[in-house]
Design a protein around this ligand. Structure first.
Ligand code: P6P
Length: 347
């Protein structure tokens, strides 16, 4: 690390010195970052580490609360985050995509003022084919006077988050973080073992020519989504008057990182398959942290019909439709939904 490089530790100390975070939140972020380094090492070993493939014994798949087959790395990543966060005294409780219910910090350790929620390894279906995956996390305050938090205490709107971030395990291992004062990226220097500040104050371009959606679901989408994407595909011959490019990694962390870096719009909308569950992506530990990061970078995040960070959660594993990215493009997607709903509203 050269003298001009700023480590995550120095960045957090300077945020604390500026009064933007307190020592407990600084410790929380450092602990999560250290856990992400361990996950990065495990992910990077792949087949050599015996960590690929599905979890479970003797051919019996291990199914999580989402009804999804767990990968070995899903389970390992979850265990790494649980162990790393148990003893520090910064958390009162935590919740994970991989656990049915939230967990208070064990009685043997002191409890702190924060709640941590995470998807320990998002996009895990990509692991076995060596495509980028990532860890997503969200930090809330534990409600005043609550010493043993339960699921209900985690049901806070995304606007209540005090910090959020993800770590993308790709060609680089990069931690992207907000504590409510901009969105910043830190790239792991594997030789030193430190995250180094490589982008301070990321900004998403207002406009874009790039959209990210799983087009194979097109026939299942709601009408406004079909029309919105249909107009994107018509390009300069259609009402948008310009051609668009498409990307779909099927790993939210990788798609969002691209959008934070060069703009775009990401969408996992309602479709007739996932609508009964409310959507595909989870509100508390996928959509909300990504929405916080994106808004802090000048972008927008929405369900298609309302600001994501205003959604009042009704369940720990609640799912929502997601539109996020370049602010002007998200507004256009919302307008397709608004016009559709208005045309069908009772006179
Ligand atoms: P599909 C990964 O499983 C995930 O939760 C997100 O990371 C990703 O954006 C989405 O699901 C991919 O879904 O239906 O394209 O496989």
């Amino acid at each position: 690390m050269t003298h001009t490089q700023i480590s995550l530790t120095r960045f957090l100390i300077e945020e604390q010195r500026a009064g933007r975070i307190n020592p407990e939140l600084r410790l929380l972020v450092e602990v999560v970052a250290r856990a992400c380094k361990r996950i990065s090492i495990a992910v990077g070993k792949g087949a050599l580490g015996g960590v690929l493939g599905d979890a479970g014994e003797a051919g019996q798949a291990s199914i999580n609360v989402q009804g999804e087959a767990q990968k070995k790395l899903d389970v390992l990543s979850n265990e790494i985050l649980l162990e790393a966060n148990a003893w520090g005294g910064h958390l009162a409780g935590l919740a994970s995509e991989e656990m049915d219910h939230s967990q208070p910090i064990p009685d043997v350790y002191p409890r702190g003022n924060y709640l941590l929620l995470f998807d320990p390894l998002d996009g895990s279906s990509n692991i076995d084919v060596n495509v980028s995956v990532g860890t997503i996390f969200s930090v809330l305050r534990c409600p005043e006077g609550v010493t043993t938090p339960d699921d209900a205490h985690f049901l806070q709107p995304g606007s209540a988050q005090v910090a959020a971030g993800y770590c993308v395990y790709g060609p680089q291992t990069t931690l992207v973080l907000t504590v409510g004062h901009g969105t910043h990226a830190f790239t792991l220097d594997r030789e030193v073992g430190s995250f180094i500040l490589t982008a301070r104050g990321m900004r998403i371009p207002e406009e874009t020519r790039e959209f990210a959606v799983n087009l194979s679901n097109q026939r299942f989408w709601e009408a406004p989504m079909q029309q919105y994407v249909g107009d994107l595909l018509r390009g300069k011959d259609g009402p948008r008057g310009k051609d668009f490019n498409m990307r779909w990694v099927a790993s939210m962390v990788a798609d969002v990182h691209r959008i934070l870096t060069r703009g775009g719009i990401f969408s996992y909308p309602l479709d007739s398959k996932c609508a009964p569950k409310g959507g595909k992506l989870r509100l508390l530990y996928e959509a909300n942290p990504m929405a916080f990061l994106v808004e802090q970078a000048g972008g927008a995040a929405s369900t298609g019909r309302m600001r994501m960070l205003d959604v009042v959660p009704s369940g720990l594993h609640q799912r929502v439709p997601v539109f996020l990215g370049s602010r002007a493009e998200v507004a256009i997607a919302e307008d397709y939904h608004r016009r559709h709903d208005a045309a069908r509203a009772p006179a």
